[in-house]
Ligand binder design. Structure first.
Ligand SMILES: [Cu+2]
Length: 361
């Protein structure tokens, strides 16, 4: 049994020699020496009972308004040791007044990283702060949603992001919605995050241009190019107590494409598109279509494609379009469907040739 596991692990390592065995990312780390001192106290735990492990800590940070900085430190952790790095930006990296993300990478099979980000302000002596977990690579998503967000007299919300790719410059869009109605608050915020670049803590509502907006139940949607993932996280802060909670981005579903109108020009003896002279009507699964049949000469008809539950009509006339709304083809409906004119629109034999096809792909 042990030998099988060993062989499997070896095979995986051989298949991906460049990858680290284990990676954990802290998506929010800070040392801010402003009105209040914010700092991150980090623990890096080695679960092994026998092996001392070496961990490379890569701090991708912002300083003085730019965020394309990186500093690496190597740390060694004994078996069963939880190495403590209080105020890690200063104690490990010697970088006061910075914020960013830290990637912890090791060849060892396992690693546990936890942290507490808190304000050590003189105004409120001591504070709990927020627990910031060391995230796995699979916690970054191409589409993520952040919930439990608030912006009003009592609370405010900040957002941070980190692009973990070492090679891809990533377009990112941030949107805010009301959790109650689903309607968008503010407008789309777009930016590009370079490889391994951190997006510094920013007020979410200000970011999307909703400076006067308030909500006690908002959520944010963070979308990349649809393929490459980004770490997204929010911090909800109590304006009175300065208590904070950490909100990790969760996997969200991709938005369906926007509604599309397809206009089919109907004339003796053709549908354009459709046929027989023109190419088929081509529709894509998942898209919300409005089909408009528009006659440019005499009265025509359309046989409902009953397999698709499309309605039929014998009256498509100049000035009277036939409109089918909200037709959204489903995956199981992929294929080619025939239709034809059902109102005798001229010479009977020619009318009989007025057939078309609809392709769902
Ligand atoms: Cu016809």
């Amino acid at each position: 049994m042990k030998r099988t596991v060993f062989v499997l692990v070896s095979a995986i390592l051989l298949a991906a020699p460049a990858a680290w065995a284990t990676s954990r990312t802290l998506s929010a780390v800070a040392n801010v020496q402003g009105q209040a001192l914010f700092q991150s106290d980090v623990r890096v735990f080695n679960p092994s009972y026998t092996a001392t492990i070496t961990v490379t800590a890569k701090y991708h940070y912002c300083q003085g308004g730019t965020c394309n900085h990186e500093k690496d430190e190597s740390i060694t952790i004994s078996p069963r040791q939880a190495a403590a790095f209080n105020d890690i930006a200063v104690s490990l990296f010697a970088l006061p007044n910075t914020q960013g993300a830290i990637e912890f990478e090791t060849d060892a099979a396992d690693l546990v990283v936890t942290s507490r980000l808190y304000s050590n302000s003189l105004l409120c002596q001591g504070s709990v702060g927020q627990f910031v977990p060391g995230l796995e690579d699979s916690d970054a998503f191409a589409t993520s949603v952040l919930t439990s967000l608030q912006q009003n007299a009592d609370f405010r919300t900040n957002i941070v992001m980190f692009n973990p790719s070492s090679s891809v410059s990533l377009p990112v869009m941030v949107q805010v919605f009301s959790g109650d109605s689903g309607s968008q608050i503010g407008s789309n915020f777009t930016t590009t995050l370079g490889p391994e670049v951190f997006f510094p803590s920013s007020n979410l509502f200000t970011l999307v241009g909703a400076t006067s907006g308030t909500s006690s139940n908002a959520y944010a949607k963070v979308t990349t190019d649809g393929t490459h993932p980004v770490f997204a996280a929010a911090s909800v802060l109590d304006n009175h107590s300065q208590d904070t909670i950490f909100v990790k981005g969760e996997l969200d579903t991709t938005a369906p494409p926007q509604g599309t109108t397809v206009t089919i020009i109907v004339s003796q003896f053709n549908f354009d598109p459709g046929g027989p002279v023109s190419a088929p009507v081509v529709l894509t699964v998942g898209v919300d279509y409005t089909l408009v049949f528009h006659s440019i000469d005499v009265q025509h008809g359309f046989s409902g494609v009953s397999d698709l539950n499309l309605p039929s009509t014998d009256n498509i006339s100049p000035g009277q379009d036939f409109v089918i709304t909200h037709f959204r083809p489903q995956a199981y409906q992929r294929g080619l469907y025939g239709f034809h004119c059902i109102h005798v629109c001229g010479d009977f034999d020619s009318h009989l040739t007025m057939i078309g096809t609809l392709l769902i792909q």
